[in-house]
Design a protein around this ligand. Structure first.
Ligand SMILES: Nc1nc2c(ncn2[C@@H]2O[C@H](COP(=O)(O)OP(=O)(O)OP(=O)(O)O)[C@@H](O)[C@H]2O)c(=O)[nH]1
Ligand SMILES: [Mg+2]
Length: 293
């Protein structure tokens, strides 16, 4: 009797995403770290491939090498000239899921554009960005601090406005009824956040950004909203058997904060956390099983 072997074809799926969020929340560093894919991740996840497609994406890999790995930081993203990164993530098959390739187009916005949504006097500027955001299939919203003042006066009102527009436009544009939103807390190598990364919704957003969380939950069904934690820098070691949870970051000793002015400390052991999970969920609707990625 001949045995038939069934070879599952890798799935291929595409997505068009906008990354928006508060100022200096780490959006550009996130994309640069992902595209650069440090050696530590390559070793740990054999067969994982990230390939730049557009020139902007190629250039960002260069910036990761020339800036982040040299212990420097990006200048803020310019308004009006937002880069559009096209790249591909190929994830090999695991016991739990088949091999998959994600073809992604991701546009990176400056934090000011998101904060405009909370300022009524800036509504005409906001309308311009909004038009482009509403042409996408997914949004990644990146936040990094939980000052009560920002929660109440910037993040919650900005999201309220954004989601109100989304809901109104959904009446005339069917595809918007499917738009998904991944809300990401960045820089989670910070000591008080690292243990909370395992349940970002409960332990980060619900308890720390109460009003923002409430606005999101009231305006989006669970199938279109999910919360994530990530760190572009990671900790010194997150491998089994050799944990060293000290952040792989360096903060200038001028009183700066770990939230807004940190640098990568040691590029040779650079191992970001949680970079792929939000993109995977936004694109497939499924939860990625290895949160370290
Ligand atoms: N501690 C820590 N700092 C980070 C991380 N990612 C980025 N940063 C720092 O956050 C600051 C801002 O990073 P950017 O990537 O420029 O932030 P952005 O959201 O693109 O900023 P805008 O374009 O101005 O909105 C820099 O000092 C980065 O080094 C991280 O994972 N951990
Ligand atoms: Mg930026």
């Amino acid at each position: 009797m001949t045995q038939s072997i069934i070879i599952k074809k890798p799935q291929v799926t595409a997505n068009d995403i906008r990354i928006i969020g508060s100022r200096k929340s780490g959006k550009t560093t996130y994309l640069a770290s992902l595209l650069r894919m440090p050696e530590q991740l390559k070793k740990q996840f054999k067969g994982l491939k990230i390939t730049a497609i557009s020139d902007d994406a190629e250039d960002l890999i260069g910036s990761a090498k020339d800036i982040l790995e040299q212990g420097a930081i990006f200048t803020g993203t310019d308004i009006g000239d937002e880069p559009y990164f096209a790249f591909q993530i190929s994830i090999p098959a695991t016991k739990k899921s088949p091999a998959i390739t994600l073809n992604l187009n991701v546009k990176d916005y400056s934090g000011e554009t998101f904060e405009c949504a909370a300022i009524p006097q800036k509504s005409s500027e906001f309308e311009e960005y909004l038009e482009d955001w509403l042409s996408a299939q997914s949004w990644m919203i990146m936040l990094t601090d939980w000052e009560t003042e920002n929660d109440r006066k910037i993040y919650a009102p900005a999201l309220k406005k954004l989601l109100k527009e989304l809901s109104e436009q959904s009446e005339v544009n069917e595809h918007l009824k499917k738009l998904k939103v991944a809300v990401v807390m960045s820089k989670c190598e910070r000591g008080e956040l690292w243990p909370c990364r395992l349940d970002a919704e409960e332990d980060l957003f619900r308890v720390r950004l109460k009003e923002t969380y409430q606005v999101l939950k009231e305006n989006l069904p669970p199938s279109r909203l999910r919360f994530f934690a990530c760190s572009s820098f990671g900790v010194l070691s997150n491998s089994y058997g050799e944990h060293d949870p000290r952040p792989n970051r360096w903060i200038p000793d001028d009183g700066s904060s770990a939230e807004f002015s940190a640098y990568l400390r040691d590029a040779s052991i650079w191992q970001p956390f949680g970079l792929i999970s939000p993109l995977y969920w936004l694109t497939t609707g499924r939860v990625f099983h290895d949160e370290r990625l």
